[in-house]
Design a protein around this ligand. Structure first.
Ligand SMILES: NC(=O)c1ccc[n+]([C@@H]2O[C@H](COP(=O)([O-])OP(=O)(O)OC[C@H]3O[C@@H](n4cnc5c(N)ncnc54)[C@H](O)[C@@H]3O)[C@@H](O)[C@H]2O)c1
Length: 246
């Protein structure tokens, strides 16, 4: 049984990852700016004794540091940390205001930095751990979200690679899962109609949208000892779309 922390675990991909880890018998801390949604989700689950809700606003260092302390106090240590918080808005250069740029960077990129900075020292101390960052294939293709989003997600690739040597030497693995078009609230906001979704599916070689469980099963695999040679990678989950030029 492992201790797992999911930031951004109250909805979408993070929620599915949190529930999958709990269903396989792990202790799971679900940290989110929407703590009420995390608590509500936990109450509905048979595994509620293994799921614990925490408040965090990842755009604030103080908030991330406080939440990390609370999780360590509750669980003792963290084996696997998944960063799944993120925001997006589909806008072009002329439409993106400075405030939206800053807000997106604050959540998607500064939040990632604050979280890893707060959590990794506890893994380094134990000389073991797994960090899984939910990035996005849009950082490769420049499609799907808006310019502020691609920039933040591209930053996450560089951030992860900058840690490969430093964390690897302490037995801490770090990887990015880069999904594309996964059924979620975020996808609904980008492709709000059934017609828009059907058009999108035509671009996906395997002929369907991704599902949160496609991500959670990979996250669970990455957390296992058998996957310890997977380190410093961007793993694209896209149904084959990216290298078809879409
Ligand atoms: N859904 C997709 O198709 C898709 C594709 C590629 C990448 N992604 C990435 O996957 C991750 C999860 O996306 P999702 O679709 O599950 O989104 P979602 O909107 O369903 O969930 C995001 C979660 O992050 C939380 N959050 C937002 N701001 C926060 C903050 N400041 N502090 C703490 N928590 C905060 C939200 O409350 C929510 O629970 C994001 O990083 C997203 O960019 C999603």
């Amino acid at each position: 049984m492992d201790n797992v922390l999911i930031i951004g675990g109250a909805a979408g991909i993070g929620r599915k990852i949190a529930l999958a880890f709990a269903e396989s018998g792990n202790q799971v801390a679900v940290a989110d700016i929407n703590q009420a949604a995390a608590e509500e989700m936990i109450q509905q689950k048979a595994e509620k004794h293994r799921l614990h809700a925490f408040y965090v606003d990842v755009s604030s260092w103080e908030s991330v540091e406080k939440m990390t302390g609370q999780v360590i106090e509750k669980m003792g240590h963290i084996d696997t940390f998944v960063f799944s918080a993120g925001i997006t808005k589909k806008l072009g250069l002329e439409e993106v205001e400075w405030a939206l740029w800053k807000k997106t960077m604050a959540v998607n990129l500064h939040g990632l930095f604050f979280s890893v900075k707060a959590i990794a020292p506890f893994m380094i101390k134990r000389k073991q751990g797994n960090i899984i960052i939910i990035g996005s294939g849009s950082a490769i293709t420049g499609s799907g979200g808006g310019i502020q989003y691609y920039a933040s997600k591209g930053g996450a690739f560089g951030f992860m690679r900058s840690l490969v040597k430093e964390l690897g030497s302490y037995g801490v693995n770090v990887n990015v899962i880069a999904p594309r078009v996964i059924e979620s609230q975020m996808l609904d906001s980008l492709y709000p109609t059934e017609k828009a979704k059907q058009e999108m599916i035509k671009e996906i070689p395997i002929g369907r949208l991704g599902k949160p469980e496609d991500i959670s099963s990979l996250a669970q695999y990455l957390s296992k000892k058998e996957a310890s040679y997977i380190h410093g990678q961007v793993l694209i989950l896209d149904g084959g779309r990216t290298y078809q030029g879409k």
